[in-house]
Every structure is written in structure tokens, then in C-alpha cells.
Design a protein around this ligand. Structure first.
Ligand code: SF4
Length: 547
């Protein structure tokens, strides 16, 4: 078993990543983490990345070894969907305390594995290492091995404590754990020439299920999806697949490459976002399976299915084109979505004014250039302030991004749509692209945006008060005597009768203390007599205009 520093260096040396390959030996040792700029958001830690990558395995208990805050709320932190067990959503943590920090947390971890086994009897337990136990030297590999032998169940150590690096490194370390402890440890009941793996797909909002019926229709079997709606036994048998589609290369390139190296499974990078990309991916799967022994007629059936689904999808999105004419989109996402979403949006006639490439590979960038031209506006690293300015200057009509930047759009009173993992809608495949258009239309034409762009009531008040002062100054300038004596006020209201005159005449008519008489109607005090019930038709013209 390799040590954690050795595994990390191996991940940093990933030959499947063109960006890594272009770096010098020294640069490669430092990994891909960039120094944060003030005001920028940090993103998750390596533990977070590992948990995100593996949590969608649904029949596995995910046990976090560390203080309770590392785990947080696991129930709804990820939009993945399960077709069966909900075990994956439950929070299991060893909840380490000060005593464990002093005396070590290994026994506590062992007891936690025992308790989970007795209460839930899961297919497997994934044990995630976090900063505190890693720093005090808890050996989770040893505990997992002992627990596995004792309880007769796979107990898999996921060695990715937060301090070792970024969320993306954590994704890859999670992949390394699968390669070392899970993949190749089982055998499927049967195999077919149509068996594939899908790698780096998380079944967010159940979007894989929008594509699976198409694969089922073609007779193509998903042996294992890593990890959306994944099952432990499926991933254990995934080395028997004939081909693989890699959906997010940034997260799981090491898994796809090493499976090709170890088991001879070819892979390609594809996307099911958008009409064109869905067709391309289906064709590519068919092509690879035929190369690995599937009958050639698979391609004919695939082409027929693509033609049928494309016709349906184009017809469905046609109605959005007039609604989207001239509308501009800024896309703040990463990885495969930075280009696959571009294609999907362009298909509906939206103009892309910029797409972020912070988390994209060189290959992703090349694809963006193919779609948007050589001068495509690729946003390398935009601070929230710059995004806000871009939206405030009305350079985009809508922003599509993850939840992290939603408040920037809301502050700029610009429509926003969540396209990252917390989203509530599934956008994959031919059905998904139509759903995406529906949601963009709803966001763009939601009446709330007009209301938000109006001045706030307190801004309105200041503006009126300013106009009132100007009007009074104007009245005094025009008629200094009247202005000085009456301050522009001609009407005083007492109870239910209205009299013309100024303050002095009111005193003459109602005695030296007219306040009591005035109160029922005006609620005036001695200082503000005659101020409340000024008839609007007698106010200075400028003031009326202002109000
Ligand atoms: S950085 Fe460390 S302490 Fe913080 S959440 Fe990640 S694993 Fe836990």
C-alpha cells in the first residue's frame, strides 16, 4: 500500500491531463492549487472533494472520521438521486472530541464501524480521513483492515484529509481509493458485448435516468456508473466493461486512464448536455463497442435513435428561439460544462458573452474555441466584484452558475440559474436540454427582476424630500414675504372645516392655544401646527410635480 505523499505525487503526475503534461517537473510537484486572491471564495478541501466524488454510491455507509463539523449536513448537500437505498445520504461521523485528540481516535473509529455494521448492515463502509485524525496520526488503513477482517465486510479507507490540497485533488484521491480497494474485486454474473462504464457522472437530480432509457433501447448496459446512483458491487465488477465514457475528466481522469492501462478498457470524454453532444456521445459509445466486438448493426440502430430524438428535441426548443433572441448569457461553471453548456445554449439561439475556464482542462478550452470562435471570451479567474460589475453594466441578461456566485447575480438584480450540483432540475440528454430552456425562460422573464430594479422606498423618500426643499426655496425666491410668513402654507384644517390663512390668523380665530382644537384632525403639536393637513392642490407647483 503506497503512502499518502506517494499517491499525491502520482496524482500530480497524471499523464492524461494535458495541463499537467505541459508543466515542468518542479511545477508538477506543487500540484494545481492556485493562491487565492483577496475576496475570492476558497472552495472545498480535499476531504470535501473525496466525499463529493464518492457519496453518490448509494448502498454504502459513508463514515467521516473527524470532528462533527467536517461532515456538516450530508442529507441534502448533494443533488444526486438514488433508485434504491437512502443510506448514502445519512451522516455517519466519529464526532471526535478533545479526549480523542489526546488519546487517539482509532478505537472510536473501530467502534463506529461496528455500530454501523450492526444497525445498517451496508454493502460496504467508506471511511474518510480528515485533518485532525491525520495530524494526530490515526492510522485509518490499519483500522479499516482490522474491521474488515472482523466484520466480513469491505471497509475502505479514503485517505484524503482536507489539508493536503484542493477539492479537485480530493476527487482524484477518491478515485485512487477505488482503484486500490474496490475496482476489480468482484465478478459480474454475466457479461455482454454492450457493457460500458460511465465515469465522473453523479446523477444530479436524476439526470442519468434521462439518458439510460436510450441506452436501454439500444441494448447497451451500464455495468457501473462512478458514482451517480452507483452500487458497491457494480463498481467492484466495473473492470469487465468493454468501453467507458468519461463525463468529467477533471475529477476522474486518473480512474479512466488507469482502467485502460490495467484492464484494457478504452475511454472517451463526452457529454450528454445538448442535442449535438448527446448524439456525438451515443455514436462514440456505439463505435467503441463495435471495435470491441459488438455487432456492426449497433451503429445503424444508434443513428436511427439519434435522428428520432433530435427531431423531437429541435421541435420542442423551437418555441424558445423568439424568446431568447438577443439575450446574452454568462456562464460561470467549470470542467466539461464550460463547453458542453455552451453548445446547448447556442442551440437555443442564446449568445454566450463569456464562459469561465478556471476549472477546465486545455482540451476543454480547445472545445470552447471550436464552438465560440478563436476570440471566445474565456474567463480565467473572475472575482465576485468583477462578475458584479459585468452584470451591473448589463453585459449579460442572465448568469448560469453554481450556488456560490448566486448572490452576486441577485445583488446585481440579474436573472440567475443554478446549473451546478445543488440544482433541482435535470438537464441531461434530449429531454434535459428542453428542460434547461424552460428554466432559462422562467428565470429571464420572471417579473421579480423588474421589481428588483426599481428604486427602493427609502431611495424614493430621499428624492422627494430633496424635491420638497427645492420647491420651498423656489417659493421663497418667488414671493419672499409670503414665503417668510407662511412658509408656503395657505390652508389650516381644524376638525372637519378648512380655513384659508396663516398661523397668526388661526391663533386670532381660535384663541391663543389652538393646538387642542387642531389635534383631533391634525394630530399636530404646537410646533407643527398646520403641517399635517396641507391640501395638496395648494402646495407649490414644483412640490406637486415632485410628488
Ligand atoms: S479542511 Fe480539514 S477540518 Fe476543514 S472540513 Fe476539510 S477535513 Fe475537515
Amino acid at each position: 500500500m503506497s503512502s499518502l505523499p506517494t499517491i499525491i505525487q502520482d496524482v500530480f503526475n497524471e499523464p492524461g491531463c494535458p495541463r499537467n503534461a505541459s508543466k515542468s517537473k518542479v511545477e508538477r510537484k506543487n500540484g494545481c492549487t492556485k493562491q487565492l486572491k483577496p475576496g475570492g471564495a476558497a472552495g472545498g478541501c480535499a476531504f470535501d472533494g473525496a466525499k463529493i466524488a464518492l457519496q453518490p454510491f448509494t448502498d454504502v455507509a459513508h463514515l467521516v472520521h473527524g470532528p462533527i463539523a467536517c461532515e456538516g449536513n450530508s442529507w441534502d448537500n448533494r443533488g444526486s438521486a438514488s433508485s434504491g437505498s437512502d443510506l448514502w445520504r445519512r451522516s455517519f461521523t466519529t464526532d471526535m472530541s478533545e479526549t480523542d485528540v489526546v488519546f487517539g481516535g482509532e478505537k472510536r473509529l473501530y467502534r463506529a464501524v461496528k455500530e454501523i455494521t450492526e444497525k445498517y448492515d451496508p454493502q460496504a463502509i467508506f471511511v474518510y480521513q480528515t485533518c485532525v485524525p491525520a495530524m494526530i496520526g490515526d492510522d485509518i488503513d490499519m483500522v479499516c483492515k482490522a474491521a474488515s477482517a472482523k466484520f466480513g465486510k469491505p471497509v475502505i479507507p479514503i485517505n484524503s484529509p482536507g489539508f493536503v490540497g484542493s477539492k479537485n485533488l480530493g476527487n482524484k484521491l477518491a478515485g485512487e481509493a477505488l482503484l486500490e480497494h474496490v475496482i476489480g474485486t468482484g465478478e459480474p454474473d454475466y457479461t455482454t458485448p454492450y457493457d460500458i462504464n460511465i465515469i465522473g457522472e453523479y446523477n444530479l437530480s436524476g439526470e442519468l435516468w434521462q439518458v439510460k432509457p436510450l441506452l436501454d433501447e439500444l441494448g447497451i448496459r451500464i455495468v457501473s456508473c462512478i458514482s451517480g446512483d452507483g452500487k458497491y458491487r457494480e463498481v467492484a465488477c466495473s473492470h469487465r466493461a468493454k468501453a467507458a465514457m468519461m463525463v468529467c475528466s477533471r475529477a476522474m481522469i486518473n480512474v479512466a486512464r488507469k482502467m485502460r492501462q490495467r484492464y484494457g478498457i478504452p475511454f472517451f470524454e463526452g457529454s450528454f448536455y445538448g442535442i449535438e453532444d448527446s448524439g456525438d456521445s451515443l455514436r462514440q459509445i456505439a463505435r467503441m463497442l463495435i471495435e470491441r466486438g459488438a455487432p456492426a448493426e449497433l451503429m445503424e440502430r444508434t443513428q436511427a435513435l439519434i435522428a428520432r430524438e433530435e427531431t423531437k428535441a429541435w421541435t420542442a426548443i423551437e418555441r424558445f428561439k423568439p424568446r431568447f433572441a438577443g439575450k446574452r448569457v454568462v456562464l460561470i461553471t467549470g470542467g466539461v460544462k464550460s463547453w458542453s453548456m455552451v453548445a446547448a445554449l447556442q442551440e437555443a439561439g442564446l449568445e454566450i458573452v463569456g464562459t469561465s475556464v478556471k476549472k477546465s482542462t486545455e482540451k476543454d478550452k480547445e472545445r470552447i474555441k471550436e464552438l465560440m470562435g478563436q476570440h471566445a471570451h474565456m474567463i480565467e479567474d473572475m472575482s465576485p466584484h468583477e462578475i458584479y460589475k459585468m452584470l451591473k453594466d448589463a453585459k449579460a441578461d442572465i448568469m448560469l452558475s453554481g450556488g456560490k456566485s448566486q448572490f452576486v447575480a441577485l445583488k446585481a438584480a440579474t436573472p440567475w440559474l443554478d446549473i451546478n450540483q445543488e440544482r433541482c432540475h435535470a438537464y441531461m440528454g434530449y429531454v434535459g436540454i428542453v428542460k434547461l430552456m424552460e428554466e432559462i425562460e422562467k428565470a429571464l422573464y420572471n417579473p421579480i427582476w423588474d421589481q428588483l430594479r426599481q428604486a427602493a422606498p427609502w431611495d424614493e423618500f430621499d428624492w422627494k424630500r430633496q424635491a420638497k426643499t427645492v420647491a420651498q426655496m423656489h417659493a421663497q425666491a418667488v414671493d419672499p414675504v409670503r414665503g417668510a410668513n407662511t412658509n408656503g402654507v395657505k390652508t389650516i384644517s381644524f376638525s372637519n372645516k378648512t380655513e384659508i390663512g396663516d398661523g397668526e390668523s388661526a391663533v386670532a380665530a381660535h384663541g391663543p392655544n389652538p393646538v387642542e382644537a387642531a389635534k383631533p384632525c391634525t394630530e399636530s403639536t404646537a410646533r407643527s401646527l398646520a403641517c399635517k393637513d396641507i391640501c395638496s392642490d395648494l402646495q407649490p407647483p414644483a412640490l406637486q410635480a415632485a410628488e
